[in-house]
Design a protein around this ligand. Sequence first.
Ligand SMILES: *Cc1c(COP(=O)(O)O)cnc(C)c1O
Length: 475
Amino acid sequence: MRYLSTRGHPERRRFCEILLEGLAPDGGLYLPESYPQVDAGTLARWRGVYQQQGYAHLAFEILSLYIDDIPADDLRGLCVRTYTEAVFGTPAIVPVRELEPGLLIEALSNGPTLAFKDMAMQLLGHLFEYELKRRGEELNILGATSGDTGSAAEYAMRGKRGVRVFMTSPDGRMSPFQQAQMFSLQDANIHNLAIQGVFDDCQDIVKAVSNDLAFKRRYRIGTVNSINWARLLAQVVYYFAGYFQATQSDTQRVSFAVPSGNFGNVCAGHVARMMGLPVERLVVATNENDVLDEFFRTGVYRVRGSADTHETSSPSMDISKASNFERFVFDLVGRDAALTAELFGPRLSRDGMFDLSGDARFLQQFARYGFVSGRSTHAQRLQTIREAFERQGEMIDPHTADGVKVAREQSQAGVPMIVLETALPIKFASTLVEALGREPNRPARFNGIEQLPRRVLVLPADVQRVKSFIVEHCA
Ligand SMILES: *Cc1c(COP(=O)(O)O)cnc(C)c1O
Protein backbone atom coordinates (compact mmCIF):
# COMPACT_ATOMS: atom_id res chain seq x y z
CA MET A 1 0.00 0.00 0.00
CA ARG A 2 1.24 3.47 -0.92
CA TYR A 3 0.03 6.77 0.52
CA LEU A 4 -0.68 10.00 -1.31
CA SER A 5 -1.27 13.60 -0.25
CA THR A 6 -4.75 15.11 -0.58
CA ARG A 7 -3.08 18.11 -2.25
CA GLY A 8 -1.48 16.21 -5.08
CA HIS A 9 2.22 15.98 -4.16
CA PRO A 10 3.67 13.48 -6.65
CA GLU A 11 5.56 11.41 -4.09
CA ARG A 12 4.08 8.13 -2.83
CA ARG A 13 5.08 6.97 0.66
CA ARG A 14 4.88 3.77 2.64
CA PHE A 15 3.23 3.37 6.04
CA CYS A 16 6.33 3.59 8.25
CA GLU A 17 7.53 6.66 6.35
CA ILE A 18 4.40 8.59 7.25
CA LEU A 19 4.00 7.05 10.73
CA LEU A 20 6.20 9.61 12.48
CA GLU A 21 5.11 12.56 10.35
CA GLY A 22 2.27 15.05 10.44
CA LEU A 23 1.25 16.80 7.24
CA ALA A 24 2.49 15.87 3.78
CA PRO A 25 5.19 18.22 2.36
CA ASP A 26 2.55 20.19 0.43
CA GLY A 27 0.39 20.70 3.52
CA GLY A 28 -2.06 17.94 2.57
CA LEU A 29 -3.10 14.90 4.57
CA TYR A 30 -2.05 11.36 3.80
CA LEU A 31 -4.54 8.81 2.50
CA PRO A 32 -4.08 5.36 0.98
CA GLU A 33 -4.02 5.33 -2.82
CA SER A 34 -7.14 3.18 -2.67
CA TYR A 35 -9.33 1.58 -0.01
CA PRO A 36 -8.91 -2.21 0.17
CA GLN A 37 -12.26 -3.86 -0.56
CA VAL A 38 -13.75 -6.32 1.90
CA ASP A 39 -15.86 -8.93 0.11
CA ALA A 40 -18.57 -11.06 1.71
CA GLY A 41 -16.19 -13.95 2.36
CA THR A 42 -13.68 -11.73 4.15
CA LEU A 43 -16.36 -10.05 6.25
CA ALA A 44 -17.65 -13.48 7.34
CA ARG A 45 -14.12 -14.61 8.16
CA TRP A 46 -13.41 -11.45 10.18
CA ARG A 47 -16.61 -11.99 12.20
CA GLY A 48 -15.15 -15.35 13.18
CA VAL A 49 -11.76 -13.84 13.93
CA TYR A 50 -13.29 -11.27 16.28
CA GLN A 51 -15.57 -13.78 18.01
CA GLN A 52 -13.05 -16.58 18.38
CA GLN A 53 -9.62 -14.92 18.51
CA GLY A 54 -10.53 -11.45 19.70
CA TYR A 55 -10.10 -7.77 18.91
CA ALA A 56 -6.30 -7.82 18.59
CA HIS A 57 -6.43 -10.36 15.77
CA LEU A 58 -9.20 -8.47 14.00
CA ALA A 59 -7.00 -5.38 14.28
CA PHE A 60 -4.15 -7.29 12.68
CA GLU A 61 -6.36 -8.40 9.75
CA ILE A 62 -7.41 -4.83 9.00
CA LEU A 63 -4.06 -3.16 9.64
CA SER A 64 -2.18 -5.66 7.50
CA LEU A 65 -4.15 -4.47 4.45
CA TYR A 66 -2.63 -1.02 4.93
CA ILE A 67 0.81 -1.81 6.36
CA ASP A 68 3.21 -3.79 4.22
CA ASP A 69 6.50 -2.55 5.64
CA ILE A 70 6.28 -4.28 9.02
CA PRO A 71 6.68 -8.08 8.94
CA ALA A 72 3.32 -9.79 9.61
CA ASP A 73 4.46 -11.55 12.78
CA ASP A 74 5.75 -8.29 14.24
CA LEU A 75 2.55 -6.44 13.37
CA ARG A 76 0.42 -9.16 14.94
CA GLY A 77 2.63 -9.00 18.04
CA LEU A 78 2.13 -5.23 18.31
CA CYS A 79 -1.65 -5.65 18.05
CA VAL A 80 -1.69 -8.44 20.65
CA ARG A 81 0.38 -6.39 23.08
CA THR A 82 -1.85 -3.33 22.57
CA TYR A 83 -5.37 -4.67 22.78
CA THR A 84 -5.38 -6.65 26.02
CA GLU A 85 -8.09 -7.12 28.61
CA ALA A 86 -5.61 -5.80 31.19
CA VAL A 87 -5.41 -2.43 29.39
CA PHE A 88 -8.98 -2.12 28.05
CA GLY A 89 -10.93 -3.79 30.85
CA THR A 90 -12.97 -6.40 28.97
CA PRO A 91 -12.28 -9.33 26.60
CA ALA A 92 -14.48 -7.65 23.94
CA ILE A 93 -12.27 -4.49 24.24
CA VAL A 94 -15.16 -2.41 22.80
CA PRO A 95 -18.33 -4.01 24.27
CA VAL A 96 -21.66 -2.96 22.78
CA ARG A 97 -24.69 -2.54 25.10
CA GLU A 98 -28.30 -1.51 24.54
CA LEU A 99 -29.40 1.88 25.81
CA GLU A 100 -32.94 1.60 24.44
CA PRO A 101 -34.57 -0.46 21.68
CA GLY A 102 -32.68 0.12 18.43
CA LEU A 103 -30.08 2.35 20.07
CA LEU A 104 -26.81 0.77 21.14
CA ILE A 105 -23.70 2.17 22.79
CA GLU A 106 -20.23 0.98 21.86
CA ALA A 107 -17.85 1.51 24.78
CA LEU A 108 -14.56 2.90 23.50
CA SER A 109 -13.53 4.49 26.77
CA ASN A 110 -12.40 1.75 29.10
CA GLY A 111 -8.70 2.28 28.33
CA PRO A 112 -6.12 3.92 30.62
CA THR A 113 -7.44 7.50 30.30
CA LEU A 114 -11.17 6.77 29.93
CA ALA A 115 -11.56 8.39 26.50
CA PHE A 116 -11.72 6.77 23.05
CA LYS A 117 -8.39 8.32 22.10
CA ASP A 118 -6.70 5.44 23.94
CA MET A 119 -7.94 3.07 21.22
CA ALA A 120 -5.54 4.58 18.69
CA MET A 121 -2.92 6.14 20.92
CA GLN A 122 -2.06 2.90 22.71
CA LEU A 123 -1.28 1.31 19.35
CA LEU A 124 0.69 4.37 18.30
CA GLY A 125 2.89 4.01 21.41
CA HIS A 126 3.84 0.47 20.40
CA LEU A 127 4.30 1.38 16.72
CA PHE A 128 6.51 4.37 17.58
CA GLU A 129 8.72 2.34 19.90
CA TYR A 130 9.04 -0.40 17.29
CA GLU A 131 9.90 1.92 14.40
CA LEU A 132 12.28 4.15 16.37
CA LYS A 133 14.20 1.12 17.57
CA ARG A 134 14.42 -0.21 14.01
CA ARG A 135 15.82 3.13 12.84
CA GLY A 136 17.99 3.71 15.90
CA GLU A 137 16.34 7.10 16.37
CA GLU A 138 14.67 9.11 19.09
CA LEU A 139 11.58 11.30 18.99
CA ASN A 140 10.44 14.19 21.16
CA ILE A 141 6.69 14.59 20.99
CA LEU A 142 5.51 18.13 21.52
CA GLY A 143 1.78 18.60 21.92
CA ALA A 144 -0.98 20.91 23.07
CA THR A 145 -4.01 19.53 24.82
CA SER A 146 -7.26 20.69 26.34
CA GLY A 147 -7.47 17.35 28.12
CA ASP A 148 -8.14 14.06 26.36
CA THR A 149 -5.43 13.97 23.68
CA GLY A 150 -2.59 14.86 26.02
CA SER A 151 -3.41 12.29 28.63
CA ALA A 152 -3.96 9.58 26.02
CA ALA A 153 -0.57 10.41 24.48
CA GLU A 154 1.20 10.39 27.83
CA TYR A 155 -0.30 7.08 28.94
CA ALA A 156 0.60 5.56 25.56
CA MET A 157 4.20 6.79 25.56
CA ARG A 158 5.09 6.45 29.25
CA GLY A 159 8.10 4.24 29.70
CA LYS A 160 8.53 3.71 25.93
CA ARG A 161 12.13 3.69 24.75
CA GLY A 162 13.24 6.39 22.36
CA VAL A 163 10.26 8.67 23.06
CA ARG A 164 9.84 11.74 25.24
CA VAL A 165 6.61 13.68 25.61
CA PHE A 166 6.42 17.44 26.21
CA MET A 167 2.73 18.24 26.70
CA THR A 168 1.48 21.78 27.07
CA SER A 169 -1.96 22.45 28.55
CA PRO A 170 -3.72 25.66 29.64
CA ASP A 171 -2.95 26.12 33.34
CA GLY A 172 -5.97 25.44 35.53
CA ARG A 173 -8.40 24.93 32.66
CA MET A 174 -8.65 21.16 32.35
CA SER A 175 -11.12 19.33 34.57
CA PRO A 176 -9.68 18.41 38.01
CA PHE A 177 -9.78 14.73 37.05
CA GLN A 178 -7.91 15.36 33.78
CA GLN A 179 -5.26 17.39 35.60
CA ALA A 180 -4.82 14.64 38.16
CA GLN A 181 -4.55 12.01 35.41
CA MET A 182 -1.75 13.80 33.63
CA PHE A 183 0.15 15.46 36.41
CA SER A 184 0.36 12.36 38.62
CA LEU A 185 2.50 10.54 36.04
CA GLN A 186 6.01 10.13 37.44
CA ASP A 187 7.68 8.61 34.35
CA ALA A 188 10.99 10.22 33.46
CA ASN A 189 10.08 10.53 29.76
CA ILE A 190 6.83 12.44 30.39
CA HIS A 191 6.91 16.24 30.88
CA ASN A 192 3.84 18.32 31.75
CA LEU A 193 4.01 22.05 30.99
CA ALA A 194 1.05 24.05 32.31
CA ILE A 195 1.00 27.24 30.26
CA GLN A 196 -0.40 30.46 31.74
CA GLY A 197 -2.95 31.08 29.03
CA VAL A 198 -5.70 29.37 27.04
CA PHE A 199 -5.56 26.35 24.75
CA ASP A 200 -4.83 28.55 21.71
CA ASP A 201 -1.67 29.84 23.43
CA CYS A 202 -0.51 26.25 23.80
CA GLN A 203 -1.24 25.53 20.15
CA ASP A 204 0.60 28.67 19.08
CA ILE A 205 3.67 27.57 21.03
CA VAL A 206 3.63 24.14 19.37
CA LYS A 207 3.26 25.78 15.95
CA ALA A 208 6.09 28.23 16.61
CA VAL A 209 8.45 25.48 17.69
CA SER A 210 7.50 23.29 14.72
CA ASN A 211 8.02 26.20 12.32
CA ASP A 212 11.61 26.58 13.54
CA LEU A 213 12.88 23.91 11.18
CA ALA A 214 16.45 23.92 12.48
CA PHE A 215 15.25 23.39 16.05
CA LYS A 216 12.72 20.81 14.94
CA ARG A 217 15.37 18.77 13.14
CA ARG A 218 18.05 19.13 15.80
CA TYR A 219 15.74 18.05 18.63
CA ARG A 220 13.71 15.58 16.57
CA ILE A 221 10.38 17.19 17.35
CA GLY A 222 7.29 15.23 16.34
CA THR A 223 3.57 15.27 17.07
CA VAL A 224 0.76 12.81 17.68
CA ASN A 225 -2.15 14.95 16.57
CA SER A 226 -5.34 13.62 15.11
CA ILE A 227 -4.28 13.99 11.49
CA ASN A 228 -1.81 11.13 11.95
CA TRP A 229 -2.91 8.37 9.53
CA ALA A 230 -1.97 5.57 11.95
CA ARG A 231 -4.40 6.95 14.53
CA LEU A 232 -7.19 7.04 12.01
CA LEU A 233 -6.40 3.53 10.79
CA ALA A 234 -6.48 2.11 14.32
CA GLN A 235 -9.96 3.60 14.74
CA VAL A 236 -11.30 1.79 11.66
CA VAL A 237 -11.10 -1.49 13.60
CA TYR A 238 -13.78 -0.69 16.16
CA TYR A 239 -16.35 0.08 13.47
CA PHE A 240 -15.99 -3.55 12.35
CA ALA A 241 -16.01 -4.83 15.94
CA GLY A 242 -19.15 -2.80 16.68
CA TYR A 243 -20.84 -4.13 13.56
CA PHE A 244 -20.12 -7.76 14.46
CA GLN A 245 -21.62 -7.26 17.92
CA ALA A 246 -24.75 -5.47 16.70
CA THR A 247 -25.64 -7.92 13.91
CA GLN A 248 -26.10 -11.66 13.38
CA SER A 249 -25.48 -11.74 9.64
CA ASP A 250 -23.33 -9.87 7.18
CA THR A 251 -26.30 -8.77 5.11
CA GLN A 252 -27.61 -6.52 7.92
CA ARG A 253 -26.88 -2.81 7.92
CA VAL A 254 -26.17 -0.54 10.89
CA SER A 255 -25.65 3.18 11.44
CA PHE A 256 -23.08 4.89 13.65
CA ALA A 257 -23.52 8.16 15.55
CA VAL A 258 -20.23 9.87 16.33
CA PRO A 259 -19.61 12.80 18.71
CA SER A 260 -17.32 14.83 16.48
CA GLY A 261 -14.73 17.55 16.80
CA ASN A 262 -11.76 17.27 14.48
CA PHE A 263 -13.55 14.70 12.30
CA GLY A 264 -10.98 11.98 13.08
CA ASN A 265 -13.33 9.47 14.64
CA VAL A 266 -16.09 9.69 12.04
CA CYS A 267 -13.52 9.79 9.23
CA ALA A 268 -12.44 6.32 10.36
CA GLY A 269 -16.10 5.31 9.92
CA HIS A 270 -15.99 6.72 6.41
CA VAL A 271 -12.93 4.58 5.66
CA ALA A 272 -14.67 1.47 7.07
CA ARG A 273 -17.70 2.19 4.90
CA MET A 274 -15.51 2.75 1.81
CA MET A 275 -13.94 -0.66 2.48
CA GLY A 276 -17.40 -2.21 2.24
CA LEU A 277 -18.65 -2.41 5.84
CA PRO A 278 -22.48 -2.36 5.54
CA VAL A 279 -23.01 1.07 7.11
CA GLU A 280 -26.27 2.86 6.36
CA ARG A 281 -25.66 6.24 8.01
CA LEU A 282 -22.70 8.02 9.53
CA VAL A 283 -24.25 10.52 11.90
CA VAL A 284 -22.01 13.48 12.70
CA ALA A 285 -22.99 14.92 16.10
CA THR A 286 -21.63 18.32 17.12
CA ASN A 287 -22.15 20.62 20.08
CA GLU A 288 -22.68 24.38 19.82
CA ASN A 289 -19.50 24.51 17.71
CA ASP A 290 -21.39 23.31 14.68
CA VAL A 291 -18.94 23.81 11.78
CA LEU A 292 -19.53 20.26 10.62
CA ASP A 293 -23.30 20.22 11.11
CA GLU A 294 -23.52 23.38 9.05
CA PHE A 295 -21.54 21.74 6.25
CA PHE A 296 -23.62 18.58 6.10
CA ARG A 297 -26.85 20.58 6.15
CA THR A 298 -25.88 23.29 3.68
CA GLY A 299 -22.68 22.42 1.81
CA VAL A 300 -20.98 25.48 3.30
CA TYR A 301 -17.76 24.94 5.26
CA ARG A 302 -17.13 28.03 7.35
CA VAL A 303 -14.23 27.87 9.82
CA ARG A 304 -14.67 29.92 12.98
CA GLY A 305 -12.24 32.34 14.54
CA SER A 306 -11.15 31.66 18.09
CA ALA A 307 -13.52 34.42 19.23
CA ASP A 308 -16.45 32.52 17.68
CA THR A 309 -15.50 29.22 19.25
CA HIS A 310 -17.72 28.48 22.25
CA GLU A 311 -16.49 26.94 25.47
CA THR A 312 -19.03 24.19 26.03
CA SER A 313 -19.77 21.36 28.43
CA SER A 314 -18.55 18.86 25.80
CA PRO A 315 -15.15 20.57 25.56
CA SER A 316 -13.34 17.91 23.50
CA MET A 317 -15.61 18.88 20.61
CA ASP A 318 -14.88 22.61 20.88
CA ILE A 319 -13.14 23.17 17.57
CA SER A 320 -12.98 26.06 15.15
CA LYS A 321 -11.90 23.99 12.15
CA ALA A 322 -11.99 20.22 11.74
CA SER A 323 -8.43 19.17 11.01
CA ASN A 324 -9.30 15.79 9.44
CA PHE A 325 -12.11 17.09 7.29
CA GLU A 326 -9.89 17.55 4.23
CA ARG A 327 -9.65 13.77 3.90
CA PHE A 328 -13.40 13.41 3.39
CA VAL A 329 -13.66 16.39 1.05
CA PHE A 330 -10.90 14.86 -1.09
CA ASP A 331 -13.06 11.75 -1.58
CA LEU A 332 -16.20 13.87 -1.96
CA VAL A 333 -14.79 15.80 -4.91
CA GLY A 334 -13.75 12.58 -6.63
CA ARG A 335 -10.17 12.73 -5.33
CA ASP A 336 -9.51 15.91 -7.29
CA ALA A 337 -6.27 16.98 -5.55
CA ALA A 338 -6.02 20.31 -7.38
CA LEU A 339 -9.49 21.30 -6.21
CA THR A 340 -8.80 20.07 -2.66
CA ALA A 341 -5.57 22.06 -2.56
CA GLU A 342 -7.39 25.17 -3.75
CA LEU A 343 -10.26 24.80 -1.27
CA PHE A 344 -8.11 24.17 1.82
CA GLY A 345 -5.23 26.40 0.75
CA PRO A 346 -5.89 29.78 -0.91
CA ARG A 347 -9.69 29.64 -0.61
CA LEU A 348 -9.86 29.09 3.15
CA SER A 349 -7.06 31.59 3.79
CA ARG A 350 -8.76 34.21 1.66
CA ASP A 351 -12.47 33.67 2.43
CA GLY A 352 -12.44 31.64 5.63
CA MET A 353 -15.03 29.41 3.99
CA PHE A 354 -15.99 27.49 0.88
CA ASP A 355 -19.40 26.69 -0.49
CA LEU A 356 -20.18 23.50 -2.38
CA SER A 357 -23.94 24.04 -2.32
CA GLY A 358 -24.03 25.50 -5.81
CA ASP A 359 -22.71 22.23 -7.19
CA ALA A 360 -25.46 19.61 -7.23
CA ARG A 361 -22.85 16.90 -7.77
CA PHE A 362 -21.51 17.36 -4.24
CA LEU A 363 -24.73 17.72 -2.28
CA GLN A 364 -26.10 14.52 -3.79
CA GLN A 365 -22.90 12.81 -2.72
CA PHE A 366 -23.57 13.30 1.01
CA ALA A 367 -26.28 10.68 0.87
CA ARG A 368 -24.10 8.41 -1.22
CA TYR A 369 -21.43 8.57 1.46
CA GLY A 370 -24.02 8.05 4.21
CA PHE A 371 -23.42 11.32 6.03
CA VAL A 372 -26.11 13.14 8.01
CA SER A 373 -25.63 15.47 10.98
CA GLY A 374 -27.11 17.32 13.92
CA ARG A 375 -26.14 19.44 16.89
CA SER A 376 -26.81 19.56 20.60
CA THR A 377 -26.87 22.42 23.09
CA HIS A 378 -25.97 22.55 26.76
CA ALA A 379 -29.60 22.22 27.87
CA GLN A 380 -30.19 19.28 25.51
CA ARG A 381 -26.97 17.64 26.73
CA LEU A 382 -28.13 17.85 30.35
CA GLN A 383 -31.57 16.58 29.37
CA THR A 384 -30.09 13.57 27.55
CA ILE A 385 -27.83 12.71 30.49
CA ARG A 386 -30.80 12.96 32.88
CA GLU A 387 -33.08 10.80 30.72
CA ALA A 388 -30.48 8.06 30.33
CA PHE A 389 -30.02 7.98 34.08
CA GLU A 390 -33.69 8.12 35.02
CA ARG A 391 -34.93 5.65 32.42
CA GLN A 392 -32.04 3.22 32.12
CA GLY A 393 -29.88 3.90 35.15
CA GLU A 394 -27.01 4.67 32.74
CA MET A 395 -24.51 7.44 33.30
CA ILE A 396 -23.20 8.82 30.02
CA ASP A 397 -20.65 11.55 29.50
CA PRO A 398 -21.52 14.91 27.88
CA HIS A 399 -19.91 14.04 24.51
CA THR A 400 -21.67 10.70 24.31
CA ALA A 401 -24.88 12.52 25.24
CA ASP A 402 -24.50 14.73 22.17
CA GLY A 403 -24.16 11.54 20.14
CA VAL A 404 -27.29 10.00 21.69
CA LYS A 405 -29.33 13.17 21.14
CA VAL A 406 -28.50 13.38 17.43
CA ALA A 407 -28.69 9.59 16.98
CA ARG A 408 -32.35 9.61 18.07
CA GLU A 409 -33.14 12.26 15.45
CA GLN A 410 -31.45 10.30 12.69
CA SER A 411 -32.36 6.70 13.45
CA GLN A 412 -34.41 4.63 11.02
CA ALA A 413 -36.71 1.69 11.75
CA GLY A 414 -34.98 -1.65 11.40
CA VAL A 415 -31.44 -0.25 11.33
CA PRO A 416 -29.55 -0.54 14.63
CA MET A 417 -27.95 2.78 15.58
CA ILE A 418 -24.61 2.47 17.37
CA VAL A 419 -23.50 5.52 19.36
CA LEU A 420 -19.77 5.66 20.01
CA GLU A 421 -19.06 6.32 23.69
CA THR A 422 -16.11 8.68 23.52
CA ALA A 423 -15.44 9.22 27.24
CA LEU A 424 -16.59 8.12 30.68
CA PRO A 425 -18.58 10.59 32.84
CA ILE A 426 -15.96 10.81 35.59
CA LYS A 427 -13.75 12.90 33.28
CA PHE A 428 -16.43 15.59 33.17
CA ALA A 429 -17.82 15.35 36.68
CA SER A 430 -19.07 18.93 37.05
CA THR A 431 -21.50 18.56 34.13
CA LEU A 432 -22.77 15.26 35.52
CA VAL A 433 -23.33 16.94 38.88
CA GLU A 434 -25.20 19.73 37.12
CA ALA A 435 -27.42 17.22 35.31
CA LEU A 436 -27.97 14.64 38.04
CA GLY A 437 -27.14 16.35 41.31
CA ARG A 438 -24.64 13.63 42.13
CA GLU A 439 -21.08 12.63 41.42
CA PRO A 440 -20.52 10.19 38.52
CA ASN A 441 -19.27 6.66 39.13
CA ARG A 442 -15.53 6.35 39.40
CA PRO A 443 -13.65 3.21 38.33
CA ALA A 444 -11.90 1.91 41.47
CA ARG A 445 -8.42 2.29 40.05
CA PHE A 446 -8.84 6.09 40.04
CA ASN A 447 -9.72 6.40 43.71
CA GLY A 448 -7.67 9.13 45.34
CA ILE A 449 -5.93 10.15 42.09
CA GLU A 450 -6.38 13.85 42.98
CA GLN A 451 -4.22 13.38 46.10
CA LEU A 452 -1.20 11.87 44.33
CA PRO A 453 2.03 13.90 44.08
CA ARG A 454 2.18 16.04 40.94
CA ARG A 455 4.87 16.49 38.34
CA VAL A 456 4.12 19.65 36.37
CA LEU A 457 5.89 22.91 35.63
CA VAL A 458 3.94 26.14 35.24
CA LEU A 459 5.38 28.39 32.53
CA PRO A 460 4.35 31.69 30.97
CA ALA A 461 3.07 31.52 27.36
CA ASP A 462 6.59 32.04 26.02
CA VAL A 463 8.00 29.98 23.15
CA GLN A 464 11.58 30.54 24.27
CA ARG A 465 10.93 29.13 27.75
CA VAL A 466 9.38 25.99 26.27
CA LYS A 467 12.28 25.56 23.87
CA SER A 468 14.80 25.92 26.71
CA PHE A 469 12.93 23.31 28.72
CA ILE A 470 13.10 20.87 25.80
CA VAL A 471 16.81 21.52 25.29
CA GLU A 472 17.58 20.91 28.99
CA HIS A 473 15.63 17.67 29.04
CA CYS A 474 17.08 16.23 25.86
CA ALA A 475 20.63 16.31 27.16
C1 LIG B 1 -11.44 13.91 20.87
C2 LIG B 1 -12.82 13.70 21.37
C3 LIG B 1 -13.95 13.86 20.54
C4 LIG B 1 -13.84 14.32 19.10
O1 LIG B 1 -13.25 13.36 18.27
P1 LIG B 1 -12.71 13.78 16.81
O2 LIG B 1 -11.96 12.60 16.33
O3 LIG B 1 -11.84 14.98 17.01
O4 LIG B 1 -13.89 14.09 15.97
C5 LIG B 1 -15.20 13.60 21.06
N1 LIG B 1 -15.36 13.22 22.35
C6 LIG B 1 -14.30 13.07 23.19
C7 LIG B 1 -14.55 12.68 24.61
C8 LIG B 1 -13.00 13.30 22.73
O5 LIG B 1 -11.97 13.15 23.57
